[in-house]
Design a protein around this ligand. Structure first.
Ligand code: UTP
Length: 303
């Protein structure tokens, strides 16, 4: 149901989480398991993402799944045998951890069929989303829960009645790994208007240092645009290409970027994945005190 807010826009309740990529950078770990299920400390990456969606008020989650989807479904469902064993042992602490992911959100699933690109994956959400704005969170991209991003993007969507993407400033040497945006300033130093977008530009073609990261709050008109978006970079239907169409033709309010300066981990990349584990583990109360001194000693041996 659409819920009008005081500004006349609509409360966003739906999060779409694409998790149907092949994860080839992580083979062979991803041969029989989606990369979104790789553990970051003691939770699969996708649980952090669902927790982030829920924290921003999005309790209706649609996951776009590919092959090996059962691991994802099982993680957000009851596992009777495990629950019974923990109950019998009286291990309430572990039982709570098991039940936490089950009760986190109302999770729905749709298959992508073939991994034809992120744009194609998002297109699969059309029936579920309908005609209201919705959020897209990439299942392998973790935003540190202490840094605000998604709720800010949702607020901007309501304010500007446009599509919103998250941007991060990246080193020019890394620009070829991202969708890169050309931007104009707005009256808000953290928000820019996007005038153009290129998916993974070749070196020298890059438009700016503003890279799109895996959070979007989109107008439903994106679905019509995706219908007519041909395969782009890598032969895949690119969400960036559809956003470029919204931005340059000012469709449904155009596209704005919220500039994020917090902590973000791309767990689909092996080095970033390892950094995420180390960084999140040393900060944990239960693991940090043991890990920090070991890490210092280890680092000292590196030279
Ligand atoms: P990536 O490009 O990082 O995923 O997509 P990938 O293709 O699995 O990665 P590698 O290069 O082979 O290792 C970003 C997000 O979009 C999803 C992925 O699951 C990931 O969350 N995705 C990508 C889909 O759901 N479907 C696709 O067809 C492509």
């Amino acid at each position: 149901m659409r819920m009008p807010t005081s500004s006349g826009s609509f409360t966003i309740t739906k999060a779409v989480i694409p998790a149907a990529g092949l994860g080839t950078r992580f083979l062979p770990a991803t041969k029989a398991m989606p990369k979104e299920m790789l553990p970051v400390v003691d939770k699969p990456a996708i649980q952090y993402v669902v927790e982030e969606a829920v924290a921003a008020g999005l309790t209706d989650v649609l996951m776009i799944t590919g092959r090996n989807k059962s691991a994802l479904e099982n993680h957000f469902d009851r596992v009777g045998e495990l629950e019974t064993t923990l109950e019998e042992k009286g291990d309430t602490e572990k039982l709570e951890k098991v039940n936490f992911s089950t009760d986190l959100a109302e999770v729905h699933y749709v298959r992508q069929g073939a991994p034809l690109g992120l744009g194609h994956a998002v297109q699969r959400a059309r029936m579920h989303v309908g005609d209201q704005p919705f959020a897209v969170l990439l299942g392998d991209d973790i935003i540190d829960s202490r840094d605000v991003l998604l709720s800010r993007m949702i607020a901007e969507q309501g304010l500007r009645n446009a599509s919103i993407v998250a941007l991060m400033e990246v080193d020019p040497s890394a620009a070829h790994l991202y969708g890169i945006a050309t931007v104009e300033p707005t009256d808000d130093p953290d928000v820019v208007r996007i005038t153009g977008l290129v998916e993974k530009p070749t070196f020298g073609d890059q438009l700016s240092n503003y890279a799109i990261i895996g959070r979007y709050v989109l107008q439903p008109q994106i679905f019509d645009v995706l219908d007519n978006t041909p395969p782009g970079k890598g032969g895949e239907i690119q969400l960036t290409d559809a956003l470029q169409e919204l931005a340059t033709n000012n469709i449904a309010g155009g596209v704005f970027g919220v500039v994020f300066r917090g902590r973000r981990y791309d767990t689909g990349d092996r080095v970033d994945y390892i950094k995420a584990i180390v960084q999140l583990a040393v900060e944990r109360e239960d693991l940090g005190p043991e890990l920090r001194p070991w890490l210092k000693t280890f680092v000292a041996t590196l030279d």
